[in-house]
Design a protein around this ligand. Structure first.
Ligand SMILES: Nc1ncnc2c1ncn2[C@@H]1O[C@H](COP(=O)(O)OP(=O)(O)O)[C@@H](O)[C@H]1O
Ligand SMILES: [Mg+2]
Length: 353
């Protein structure tokens, strides 16, 4: 066990916590009740780390497409590399897959330096490239057999077909599949060698919302089967829905990293509880007398700032106790789009430049 001091970002009180080296745990500030995450010092062992990237750079002429980034991906997690078009996601993921050569930097996969021993690692990874296309005139089944023959390690193709929900399409030609089915075939190809780590570069770009959801379920299923997933995306909903850990990349740099809750508590604004169409006079004064920061909005709604989540119940109990009459209540917290905007001044959906 190791101990470490952490300063509460809210009340600035320093508290001491203990845990295992490299462990990340959720903690509550003993002073104000604000919660957050702390990661204990000490290297995570190779047993826990799937990918370790150190000081990775890729320079194209004048452009630092990837500019000195370091991060690690834990085994069994879905790691989302989130950033707008042109941020450097594909360049990074293709350096990890050994398709592109880094200008400088080190990459380890499952403890192996890929410069030295990529052949060993190759059998343990599966790849869905960006804008993936397969052979038009092969059926789904034939496609998977073809790709499976490129590897020494083999997964059972029938069980991949079932788990990707492709059974009813297995004899269809690739060219006749919908966009969503083509992407599912792409994920299926990435699984033919029963990899430990699956790289998915923008797996849902261009899909309609229903097909996107279906691909999300397939990706969530990979985690259930113990795979490590490295996902790149420019859709914040995708990262919010799927990822255990998110690294936000902008202009070749990682500008923020953590779980969704960590990112929101570190960079987001406090959550707001909104009382809609409040008909009871004096509600604002009552809430203020309990120490809440309250504003009225243009439409007459009352917005109460929630500084930590335990206070939601307190607000509800005040409203009930004072017999406050209102239509509805909703609670809103920051999302990744707002965090990205705050950190960069740009929108995730826009280009990086
Ligand atoms: N082969 C290349 N030669 C020159 N510039 C490149 C090359 N590949 C990518 N880039 C540039 O590097 C930046 C990052 O690209 P990329 O990694 O494809 O971003 P993303 O995948 O996040 O959209 C972009 O500005 C892109 O134009
Ligand atoms: Mg890309």
């Amino acid at each position: 066990m190791v101990t470490m001091d952490a300063r509460c970002p809210k009340c600035h009180k320093i508290a001491t916590f203990s845990g295992k080296p490299g462990e990340r745990i959720k903690v509550t500030c003993p002073e104000c009740g604000n919660w957050g995450w702390v990661t204990f010092n000490g290297s995570t062992s190779d047993r826990e780390t799937a990918i370790e990237v150190s000081h990775l750079k890729k320079i194209y002429g004048e452009l630092a497409a990837v500019n000195d980034i370091s991060f690690s991906v834990r085994k069994g997690e879905i790691f989302a590399f989130l950033g707008p078009n042109g941020a450097g996601k594909t360049t990074t993921v293709e350096m990890i897959e050994s398709i592109r050569q880094p200008t400088t930097g080190d990459i380890k996969i499952l403890g192996e330096d890929i410069q030295m021993s990529f052949d060993k690692v190759k059998e343990k990874i599966g790849v869905l490239p960006q804008e993936f296309l397969s052979f038009e005139r092969l059926t789904v089944q034939e496609t998977l057999v073809y790709f499976s023959n490129l590897f020494q390690r083999h997964a059972n193709i029938d069980s991949i077909i079932v788990s990707m929900d492709l059974k009813t399409s297995e004899n269809m030609l690739y060219k006749n599949l919908s966009g969503g089915l083509k992407q599912r075939v792409g994920v299926a190809i990435a699984l033919v060698n029963d990899p430990d780590i699956v790289f998915l570069d923008e797996p849902t770009t261009g899909l309609d919302p229903k097909a996107r959801r279906e691909v999300w379920e397939v990706i969530a299923g990979l985690r259930k089967r113990g795979k490590t997933v490295f996902l790149t995306t420019h859709y914040m909903e995708e990262a919010e829905y799927l990822a255990d850990h998110i690294a936000i990349i902008h202009k070749g740099k990682i500008i923020a990293e953590g779980s969704l809750d960590e990112l929101i508590s570190r960079y987001g604004d406090e959550s707001i509880l909104r009382v809609k169409n409040c008909k009871s006079k004096g509600t604002i004064d009552i809430l203020r007398s309990h120490g809440f920061e309250v504003k009225t909005e243009g439409n007459g709604n009352i917005a109460v700032r929630i500084d930590y989540k335990e206070r939601v119940l307190e607000i509800l109990s005040i409203l009930k106790h004072e017999c406050v009459d209102y239509d509805t209540i909703d609670i809103r917290r920051s999302n990744l789009e707002e965090i990205f905007l705050k950190l960069t001044g740009a929108r995730l959906s826009e280009g990086a430049t």
